[in-house]
Structure formats: structure tokens, C-alpha cells
Design a protein around this ligand. Structure first.
Ligand code: GLC
Ligand code: GLC
Length: 806
């Protein structure tokens, strides 16, 4: 069953009912000012940091779980309705929500009136625009009243939800004409305020929530709307909101348009006030002036569309498979932008009040983002490297506003350092810009500690070499990629964090997964040395890779698949000898990708075991059989009921590893099959089971052992976005950046047929056609056959025609 459909020409998902199984959301904003918006216009806005600079309020664990956000009421006689269904909740005559690239459009119709609400954040400015177009399609004159409403958050979202003894006394506002300014704490230490305005004269306003709603009422039925009267209240303390009242008369066929703007401005410390207690409004007025007419808003909306056309033109596929085309050309890349911007901080599942930017998460998000905006990727790599410690280990997270490592969680996740190598190497393969390796980059943000980025990568590599366990395999520390495999934790008390509890640097527990990573990324580092540094260092790193490879073949192979780890007692994890948790997905994917035991056929065997044990209808489960009891020596993984999260769900992030691994051993059928199973567009028809958005990945889909098999959770913010795009665009369709140029080497099953890809790469345009013709193989470039798969980089601005005989 579906709740909408894809409109690929407009790059939209069109939701046709407000009653989706869960709120289906979208993101507004690309750089600084962000909004989350659901298919009933719920959600919230923030500037840079969802915890520290929250602009509008959101209630977690609320019922219904999606109230708030952009609230518009249209009062038509006795009937009050909302263009996005909520907050009024009145049944509409028709409803539609179009989630597009950085914008969402609602069209609601009721009693002959059509209201279209377009929400987006214009490029380069810190505001959300809501354009409301109202038309009278009936044959009678309509006298309508519009009420807008947003609810302010008192900036720090954690404090806002906790510290009532202070907060209920601090709210402050100013109202001038149609603009409501939110200036809580501006008198003291804040140099920023927000405002909500509309480009028309208002008939009234309210800023006091309790007056607007009335006693014991909720957002569906505010007393002011019911009585059709605004109170012109200026809140002092309590709960500040911003609501406009607009009265309009529409003749039959007549249409009116309003632009609402929610803005954020920062003011220099010495220019904060116009006069005593009165805020300096100049920067707000400048921002308001930019978007106060329909024409200006239309131009900004068009610019946003062109921005996305340009970005999505960098990699474009034309194939006979519509689902594949829409994922590759639109939704994979869009989700990569969102995960780059948000890391794992703010979604409908991540509150924005907890973790900021994750080290490993952000490094992996970059893998799918490099090609889109390489300059932002470069800056992000430097930010991330700056939270590394001198010994090569790293903080696990940082706050986007301060860019400082998060001391609450600290470090000790021993896979982290290697992800820095992965994303830096990928950046250079994409851009050819090796100057990043020379960039002076501090350790732990300490001024004066700067060393070239290359030195950071070296320390990442050395950290692994210097931290091996009894079998010569890398020590796991608090956890590797699987945050819930906590082999040094031994927690017995509820509430203890599995990840920060216990000795972080256990001297025994080892990770076969990190071994696989080291072989893969150690070799990538050696290539960087060879190209841009010293051949000697390249040789010595390859030698170290050889040692870990050998140790993995000797101690990391279980007979039919790769082991997962050795625990703190040096007992095997993920072995046929174990009663539960016999096989884990991660090392099968990574060690096969890394080519460990290739000559002995380990990869083939490992992937056959994956098929036998882990593949289900919707993807590949993370382990089997699931743990049914708590294992203190394994930690959080065994805390989840079977089939959920890291205990046997399809943890979608690692499914592309298996798919890429299949391409490494040349199994195109398996690669594409695994790709399709968990791919959102391919699951659209079972939306009532899957339940989350059919246009983006969710972090997990419950496994066969779960009560709700097939149900997804934690949509949008997952490393799957980047990895799935790398998998399909580079490994399967085969268009892969290398240090020496673009490589074309597909691994596609016959069912896909011929296809073509246009790719902008290092300043040139490649038109690549992949075709199967009996007896033909290899590549032609501009009509000339070439040796191998890598196309030498042409002069910038070239157009390169490539035919690949698959
Ligand atoms: C979450 C974390 C990620 C981790 C994964 C597996 O997605 O953000 O860092 O690798 O879970 O535990
Ligand atoms: C929990 C989650 C895991 C996530 C981690 C982040 O352990 O289960 O998916 O990576 O928290 O801290």
C-alpha cells in the first residue's frame, strides 16, 4: 500500500493523505538555517545547532507526535481549517503535500477555497519563507480570516524543556507593525534575535500563548480563532508565540498571496540597541526587505531549484529502471546533502539535543557528498581532523556551533581514526586537490599544535599499528563501527551508558572489522604516500597492512565466514562455536571489500554465508541468531529485544558493504539484489509495513526475529545514504573516481540493460554509455580504445565521450 507517489520530473514525493503511518518529513535549508517539516507542516527551525540555537519549539513524545511547526488557520464562517491539515485537523476536501529538494508545498481545499502553502529556506539567508496563496474557487464572495502561529523556543532546547523555574520568567518580545521580534536573553548575553513577519498590514496579533489558546485548549482549537478576535498581547515571561491575524475578502475567482518570514539575525555587541531596551532592527529589516514581495520570493524559489538542478547534474543516470533512476538522480544525493548537514543530530528520531556531529558518521557522510560541494567537504574534513588527539585517537563527537570535541562521550572508539583516512582519500580522488594534505590542522583544537593534515592521517594509521591485541588484530576500545558491541563495558546497572562505562582501552578485546578497515584504508593511505609523499612510507605501510591481513586470515576466519571479534577474555564473537550471534555482517562486507583471503576464496564463502544466514525480504540482517539474553561481556547489542537495532535488525548502513563486496568478487547479481532489497523506492509498495518515508533510508528495518518484521525506524539520518550512493554509483554502475582520473568499470547484472551516465568530474563533462555487445569489451574514449579502465584526466573544460562494453 502507498500513501503517495513519486513525481520524478519535479523531483518530488507527493503525499496524498495526512494519515501517513508516521510523520513523513523533509528538510529545509542548506547552510546554517535549517527547518524540519513534516507532511502536516510540523517540525522546528534552528540556526546551525539544534541544541544551542533552537528557534521554534518541538515537543518530544507528544500526542499527536507532530503538533506545532508552521501553524496556519483559515476561518471561513464556522469552519476553521489548515492547508496542511494540522493543527486544525478539519477534514479537507482535498489534501496534497509535495516534498521536494529543500522545499515543501501543501495544497489544501475546503468549501471552495484553495490554500497553497510553500515553505523553503532561500539560499544564503537565515530565514524560512512561507508563502500562502489563497483563492476562491466558489461562486460566492468569501470573507476569511487567516491566523498564523509559531511558538518560540527559548534558544537552548535542553534548557527550554527543563528549566521552567527560570524560563517562565524570561520571555521577551517586541512588536512593530506586522513584525513580532523574539528577544529573550538579548538584554544580557545573546547577540541574536528572531522575528516572524508577514508582508501585509495585520488586523491583530497575539504573542501570549495562553491568551491565544485559552484555558485547557490545544492547538487544534485556539479560543482567539474560535472567537475570531486577536488580543494584541505582548507576552512577558510564560510562553511567547507569534500569531498574525489577517482579514480578507475574496470575490469568486479571486486570489491573494501572503509571504510569512521567520528570520534569525546576529547583531554586533556594540550595536545591539536602538535605544534603551529597544533592539536594533536594521539587520532584520534588511532581511525582510529581501523577501517581501511575491516576485522576490518566486525568484528565490527559482534560484533554489536551479541550485539543485546544477548539483544533481554532476552525476546523472539514464537507465530503463525508473526506481533506480529516481534513487540515483534525486533521493540518494538529496539524502547525502541532509546527512552531511545534520550528521546524526536533528530528525524526528534524533532530538537535536544529544549528539552533535559524529566523527565516524561525518567522515562516512562525506563519502557520498564530495562530488556535490567539494569546498564544503574540504572544510568539514579539516574541522573533523581538528578534534583528533596527538596520539591519533579522536573525540567521538563535536558540537557544530563550537566545533569542539564533546568531553561527555570522549574518545576510545578505535575505528574512528581510519574513517579520516577514508574521507580524505575520497576527497582527493574526486577533486585531485592534494593541497589539503598540507593544510595546517590542530590536534584537539589546541592553537599552536597545527601539523599538515597528512600527519593526522599518519597518526591515524599508526594508532592502529600501535594498538593491537593478543592475535595481532586491532584493539576494539569502547566500540568499533557497531556502537553496541561493547566488549570492555561490563555494565550491570540500568542507566549506565554502555559506551562510556568500563575501561575504554581494554588490552585484549580485538576487532576483525577494524582489521578489514585497516587493510582497505591502509592501502589507500599507502597510495596517497606513493603519489604525494614518500615511496618508503608507502612500502612500510603496505608491510603493516600485510601483517594485519595475515593475522586476519589466521585468527579472523571461522571456516565459513569472518569472525567478528575477540572479547575481553579472548573468546570468539561471531563464530559457529557461539550459541547465538554466530555470524555478523560487518566483517563479511569489509574484509571481502579489502580482499582478505581472496586467493583462498574467503570472500565467496563469506558472502554465501551471508545469503544463507542473514538475507531476508528487506535486506541483510546484522547478525544471526539474535541474542535472547543479556551478555554482560558483549554490552548493549544484547540489550535489544531480538530483531531490533544492532541485535538482528537490518541495520541498513552496512548493507551496501555487502553489495560492494559482491562487486569485488565479481557477483553482479548479488550486488544489485542486495542494493534493491533495502532501497526505499523499491519498498514503496509496502509502505504500510515499512512505515517510514519511501524516499529516504531509515537506520533500521526490524528483522525476522522481531514482532514487527519489516517495520523501519530512525529515518533520514543514517550513514546508509552515503554508502548506498557509493555502492550504486561507483561499485555497481562503475563510475569511480581514482587518484589518476575517472575509472569506468561496471559490475551490473544483465537485467539492467544498457544505460548511460553523465558525470562532471575535475572540470570536464563525461558522457558515458555502457552497453553489452557480443564479443566486445573494454573502453573507448572519444572513439579511441584505451588500455585499462581509467580515463586520463583531460584539459579542464573538455567533453569526453566514453563507450564501455560491459
Ligand atoms: C548509529 C551511529 C553510528 C554507528 C551505528 C551502529 O547509526 O550513529 O555511528 O556506527 O549506529 O552502531
Ligand atoms: C545507541 C544506538 C546506536 C547509536 C548509539 C549512538 O547505542 O543503539 O545505534 O549508534 O546509541 O550513541
Amino acid at each position: 500500500m502507498k500513501y503517495g507517489y513519486f513525481d520524478d520530473d519535479r523531483r518530488e514525493y507527493v503525499i496524498t493523505t495526512p494519515a501517513t503511518p508516521l510523520p513523513w518529513i523533509n528538510y529545509l535549508g542548506n547552510d546554517g538555517f535549517y527547518g524540519l517539516i513534516s507532511n502536516t507542516a510540523g517540525g522546528y527551525d534552528f540556526y546551525r545547532d539544534a541544541k544551542l540555537r533552537r528557534i521554534t519549539r518541538f515537543r518530544y513524545n507528544n500526542v499527536p507526535n507532530d503538533i506545532g511547526g508552521r501553524m496556519y488557520y483559515i476561518k471561513d464562517g464556522d469552519c476553521t481549517w489548515s492547508p496542511s491539515f494540522l493543527p486544525a485537523g478539519t477534514e479537507l476536501d482535498s489534501y496534497e503535500c509535495r516534498h521536494g529538494m529543500g522545499y515543501t508545498v501543501f495544497t489544501g481545499k475546503k468549501n471552495g477555497v484553495t490554500a497553497k502553502l510553500t515553505a523553503f529556506v532561500p539560499l544564503g539567508d537565515a530565514c524560512e519563507l512561507n508563502r500562502l496563496e489563497i483563492s476562491n474557487d466558489s461562486s460566492e464572495t468569501k470573507d476569511l480570516t487567516i491566523y498564523s502561529c509559531i511558538e518560540w523556543c527559548l534558544w537552548n532546547a535542553v534548557d527550554d524543556a527543563n528549566n521552567y523555574q527560570r524560563n517562565l520568567s524570561i520571555g521577551e518580545l517586541e512588536v512593530t507593525g506586522s513584525t513580532i521580534y523574539h528577544k529573550t536573553e538579548f538584554r544580557e548575553r545573546r547577540d541574536h534575535y528572531a522575528f516572524f513577519t508577514v508582508n501585509a498590514d495585520v488586523n491583530g496579533f497575539d504573542t501570549d500563548r495562553d491568551v491565544f489558546l485559552g484555558a485547557r485548549r490545544s492547538w487544534d482549537n485556539p479560543i482567539q480563532v474560535e472567537n475570531n478576535a486577536s488580543g494584541n498581547t505582548v507576552a512577558s515571561g510564560w510562553y511567547p508565540i507569534a500569531s498574525h491575524q489577517l482579514k480578507l475578502r475574496l470575490a469568486p475567482g479571486e486570489k491573494k498571496s501572503y509571504v510569512f518570514q521567520l528570520g534569525y539575525v546576529e547583531v554586533p555587541r556594540d550595536k545591539k540597541f536602538e535605544s534603551k531596551g529597544v533592539i536594533n532592527k536594521a539587520p532584520a529589516l534588511a532581511l525582510i526587505g529581501k523577501y517581501n514581495t511575491d516576485a522576490r520570493v518566486e525568484a528565490a524559489f527559482k534560484a533554489l531549484g536551479e541550485y539543485w538542478s546544477d548539483l544533481l547534474g554532476i552525476y546523472h543516470l539514464t537507465s530503463g529502471n525508473d526506481k533506480l533512476n529516481r534513487m540515483v538522480n534525486i533521493w540518494h544525493q538529496y539524502q547525502c546533502m541532509v546527512t552531511f548537514n545534520m550528521s546524526r543530530s536533528a530528525s524526528y528520531w534524533e532530538t537535536g539535543t544529544g549528539r552533535g556531529m559524529g566523527f565516524r558518521d561525518s567522515c562516512q557522510d562525506l563519502l557520498g557528498f564530495m562530488h556535490l560541494v567539494p569546498d564544503r567537504a574540504r572544510a568539514r574534513i579539516i574541522d573533523i581532523a581538528s578534534i583528533q588527539f596527538e596520539n591519533g585517537s579522536t573525540y567521538h563527537q563535536y558540537q557544530p556551533l563550537t566545533k569542539r570535541g564533546n568531553a561527555d562521550i570522549g574518545g576510545g572508539f578505535n575505528d574512528d581514526p581510519l574513517w579520516l583516512v577514508a574521507c580524505t582519500a575520497a576527497y582527493i580522488r574526486e577533486t585531485g586537490d592534494a593541497t589539503i594534505l598540507d593544510h595546517p590542522t590542530p590536534f584537539n583544537n589546541v592553537e599552536g599544535s597545527e601539523k599538515p593534515l597528512m600527519e593526522h592521517l599518519r597518526r591515524s594509521i599508526n594508532f592502529i599499528i600501535n594498538n593491537k591485541g593478543p592475535h595481532g588484530l586491532p584493539l576494539i576500545g569502547r566500540a568499533d563501527w557497531n556502537d553496541c558491541l561493547n566488549l570492555n563495558c561490563f555494565s550491570e546497572e540500568p542507566g549506565e551508558s554502555f559506551q562510556t562505562f568500563g575501561p575504554s582501552e581494554g588490552p585484549v578485546a580485538e576487532s576483525v572489522f577494524i582489521a578489514g578497515m585497516f587493510v582497505k584504508y591502509g592501502l589507500e593511505y599507502a597510495d596517497l604516500c606513493e603519489h604525494f609523499g614518500s615511496k618508503d612510507e608507502a612500502d612500510s605501510v603496505r608491510n603493516e597492512v600485510g601483517k594485519i591481513k595475515k593475522a586476519t586470515e589466521e585468527y579472523g576466519w571461522d571456516g565459513e565466514w569472518f569472525l567478528r571479534a575477540y572479547d575481553a577474555y579472548s573468546h570468539k564473537v561471531g563464530s559457529n562455536e557461539c550459541e547465538e550471534g554466530k555470524i555478523f555482517i560487518e566483517p563479511q562486507g569489509f574484509c571481502t571489500m579489502a580482499g582478505i583471503g581472496q586467493e583462498k576464496g574467503y570472500g565467496r564463502k563469506a558472502l554465501d554465508s551471508v545469503k544463507k544466514w542473514l538475507v531476508n525480504d528487506y535486506g541483510v540482517e546484522i547478525l544471526a541468531p539474535c541474542y535472547t539474553t543479556y551478555h554482560v561481556e558483549l554490552g548493549e547489542i544484547s540489550s535489544y529485544p531480538p530483531g531490533y537495532k544492532e541485535n538482528g535488525a537490518i541495520f541498513t548502513h552496512n548493507n551496501p558493504w555487502v553489495s560492494v563486496a559482491a562487486t569485488v568478487i565479481g557477483d553482479a547479481e548479488m550486488a544489485f539484489d542486495i542494493y534493491k532489497r533495502s532501497c526505499p523506492a523499491f519498498l514503496e509498495d509496502v509502505s504500510e509495513i515499512h512505515r517510514t518515508e519511501p524516499y529516504v533510508y531509515s537506520q533500521m528495518i526490524a528483522g525476522r526475529a522481531a514482532v514487527h518484521y519489516g517495520e523501519a525506524k530512525n529515518s533520514f539520518l543514517t550513514g546508509t545514504a552515503a554508502w548506498a550512493f557509493v555502492d550504486i554509483s561507483q561499485a555497481i554502475l562503475g563510475i569511480q573516481p581514482t587518484l589518476d582520473g575517472l575509472s569506468v568499470k561496471p559490475c551490473v547484472p544483465a537485467e539492467l540493460g544498457d544505460y548511460s551516465v553523465t558525470r562532471r568530474y575535475r572540470g570536464s563533462l563525461y558522457n558515458i554509455r555502457v552497453t553489452r555487445q557480443a564479443g566486445k569489451s573494454g573502453l573507448t574514449v572519444n572513439g579511441q580504445a584505451i588500455e585499462g579502465n581509467v580515463i586520463p584526466v583531460p584539459a579542464e573544460g573538455s567533453t569526453v565521450d566514453v563507450i564501455c562494453y560491459a
